[in-house]
Design a protein. Structure first.
Lengths: 325, 248
């Protein structure tokens, strides 16, 4: 069979970088199973986005599926379109980023295709057949999986794949899906958290704060530091639960997975569920006033200090050294 | 209003998992189990819906005989009766969804409340697959749920913010952690739960072939990070980040 179909994710009409990372996974997959990398972009007026994805990121064919039913994502409308595209291109592997979008959509696609599904794939390889690796138990176990069905569905842990550029441009085709309107599910609204900072999952630097900060206002000093370094701000679940930070900032087993070049954890104890979301970072710094906090076990550099003095001092010194903006 | 809520027995996340030396699974000796955290939020939401709309809460688990313990916990919290679909096999989420689909067809509830994700296998699949098998609409990652006039309005946690979706009942809703604060079972609740009924079935009784579509070939530990160092000052931190880690 061969062929991989990537379902592109757009957010408010913008191509998310996780889509391009997923195409990098798809290239790894066609090295194993053969065939071409197809990308399906669904929306209402997505020709520009299809062209953007086609521009050298590793796809062979990009399918632009325009239709009023796709104006706003709901699984009920996207599922039949993805299933039809998977059949049309005879995809052996159908994948999407392991974002909230991919997690919501792909199990439906798998069920409808009668396909086995791998969540959070970190690797695809050949070992007498196609194999996938994925983390589970909050990142404490890695399993190697075999999917026994002819078609296979996966969500991709995009922190493990680097978007490709400079690849030959893909051809762009129109894709027409036969999707009847469902009257039992309606998109109502998307309330976007507006920010000038880079997206958490894309940022090279992430400054994350925990419950130890004590209030939402105290996150301001993390934002100042993040702005100095051109980074994003994240949070532990306890900080989100306490209302100090929006839910979209949560990093961990049940939040986002990030793997920046530099991760600075401020007043975060380092619970296993938090580590699951940031352990893959290249360099980890922990600032915590408790020298016994478990975060120090994974930190490359630990500073036992009060965040309220250490963070402003760090920002000031970086500024005076001209590091960052 | 009839509500079905699902509970999975999982290893206690506060415990360290150990992998068998031959990589065939995790060590289960001496391991403690509990109800999947996300399912507690589903059960709690079911109780709140019943308080508002009246009705019945049926709690379902698919798993070994020991899963009756998690069913009892849900009954002690306030669910009305239980169903155990007994199997000693380790099922993938797809097989679980196909089993649950048959139970739901028999029970014909107005709403199915599930967790968004098992905290052991971290798959995040069963609810969505169940919706696809039943042809029900779905609202995943719920942090807010309102039911009125045969529809559920659900606030959902999504990347980049939050989203609102409306689904017509019967529907599948999966819970995120901010949906509510699950209650503890009270002593009277625990006593009452002892008299509540738990039906037992097998996947075979339901006509479901539970052959997995995904097989685990090997379990291994992730690479560990090398131990780091403690720096004495912000100056030293900046110095090391520049020269050693080259992260600045
Ligand atoms: C099913 C489940 C899923 C979960 N998923 C996630 C997840 O995805 N992400 C996540 O993060 N958590 C998750 N958790 C929660 C996790 O177990 C921890 O409770 C949480 O990570 C703790 O957050 P924290 O480190 O901010 O708070 P705490 O554990 O309260 O730690 C606060 C830290 O701040 C330090 N501190 C206090 N004041 C200062 C100061 N002035 N200066 C410096 N340091 C200070 C303290 O020493 C302490 O170490 C999950 C839990 C469960 C059960
Ligand atoms: N064996 C099971 N028995 C009952 N419910 C389950 C079972 N497995 C999964 N579920 C439900 O499906 C949700 C998602 O599971 P999963 O796909 O395993 O992450 C869980 O939170 C449970 O509510």
């Amino acid at each position: 069979m061969g062929n991989v179909l990537v379902v592109a994710e757009l957010q408010a009409g913008v191509v998310r970088k996780v889509t391009l990372d997923t195409i990098a996974f798809a290239r790894q997959a066609v090295d194993v199973i053969g065939g071409q990398v197809h990308v399906l972009v669904l929306g209402d007026g997505v020709d520009a986005q299809a062209a953007e994805i086609a521009a050298g990121h590793g796809a062979d064919v990009v399918h632009a599926g325009n239709g009023a039913a796709f104006a706003n994502y709901i699984a009920e409308n996207f599922t039949p379109a993805v299933v039809q595209a998977a059949e049309a291109v005879d995809a052996e592997i159908v994948c999407a980023p392991s974002s909230m979008f991919g997690k919501d959509l792909m199990p439906c696609v798998a069920a409808k295709l009668g396909a086995g599904m791998v969540s959070d794939a970190t690797e695809v390889f050949d070992d007498g057949g196609v194999r996938f690796k994925r983390p589970l138990w909050s990142g404490n176990v890695i399993t190697t999986l075999e999917v026994t069905t002819p078609r296979k569905v996966a969500t991709v842990r995009t922190t493990e794949f680097e978007a490709i550029s400079g690849y030959a441009d893909a051809s762009v085709q129109a894709f027409t899906a036969d999707v009847g309107a469902r009257d039992d599910a309606e998109f109502v609204s998307f309330d976007q958290v507006k920010s000038d900072r880079p997206e958490l999952t894309d940022a090279a630097v992430v400054i994350a704060g925990g419950r130890g900060l004590g209030s939402g206002e105290n996150f301001d000093m993390l934002m100042t530091l993040a702005d100095q370094l051109g980074g994003a701000v994240g949070a532990s679940r306890a900080a989100v639960d306490s209302g100090y930070a929006p839910n979209d900032w949560q990093i961990g087993q049940t939040g986002k997975v990030v793997a920046p070049n530099l991760y600075i954890a401020v007043a975060i104890s380092g619970a296993i569920q938090h580590l699951a979301g940031m352990k893959g970072s290249k360099t980890i710094v922990a600032i915590n006033k408790d020298g016994d906090a478990p975060i120090f076990e994974v930190a490359d550099y630990g500073l036992v200090a009060d965040a309220f003095t250490a963070v402003p001092e760090l920002t000031e010194k970086l500024k005076s050294l001209g590091i960052g903006s | 209003m009839k509500i079905v809520t699902t509970v999975k027995r999982v290893t206690d996340p506060d415990m360290k998992v150990k992998i068998k030396p031959d990589g065939t699974g995790i060590v289960t000796d001496g391991v403690e189990y509990r109800m999947n955290y996300f399912d507690e939020y589903g059960v709690e939401e079911a109780i709140r819906l019943k308080q508002e709309h009246g009705g019945e809460i049926v709690v379902v688990s698919v798993g070994a005989d020991a899963s009756t313990k998690e069913i009892r916990t849900a009954l002690a919290m306030g669910a009305d009766r239980g169903i155990l679909v007994e199997t000693d096999e380790e099922l993938d989420s797809d097989a679980v969804a196909r089993v649950l689909a048959e139970v739901i067809k028999e029970e014909a509830p107005d709403i199915v409340l599930m967790g968004k994700q098992s905290v052991d296998t971290d798959r995040n699949q069963a609810g969505q697959m169940l919706a696809a098998y039943l042809g029900y609409p779905q609202a995943t990652f719920a942090f807010e749920l309102k039911v009125a006039d045969g529809w559920a309005t659900v606030g959902r946690e999504v990347d980049g913010g939050t989203s609102t979706k409306r689904v017509k009942l019967p529907a599948i809703v999966t819970a995120d952690l901010r949906l509510n604060e699950p209650r503890y079972a009270s002593l009277p609740g625990i006593i009452k739960a002892k008299r509540k009924k738990i039906d037992r079935k097998t996947p075979g009784d339901l006509g479901v072939d539970t052959a997995n579509r995904v097989n685990v070939l090997q379990y291994e530990a992730p690479e560990t990070r090398a131990a780091g160092q403690i720096v004495e000052s912000v100056d030293e931190l900046i110095e090391k980040l520049r020269t050693e880690a080259k992260a600045l």
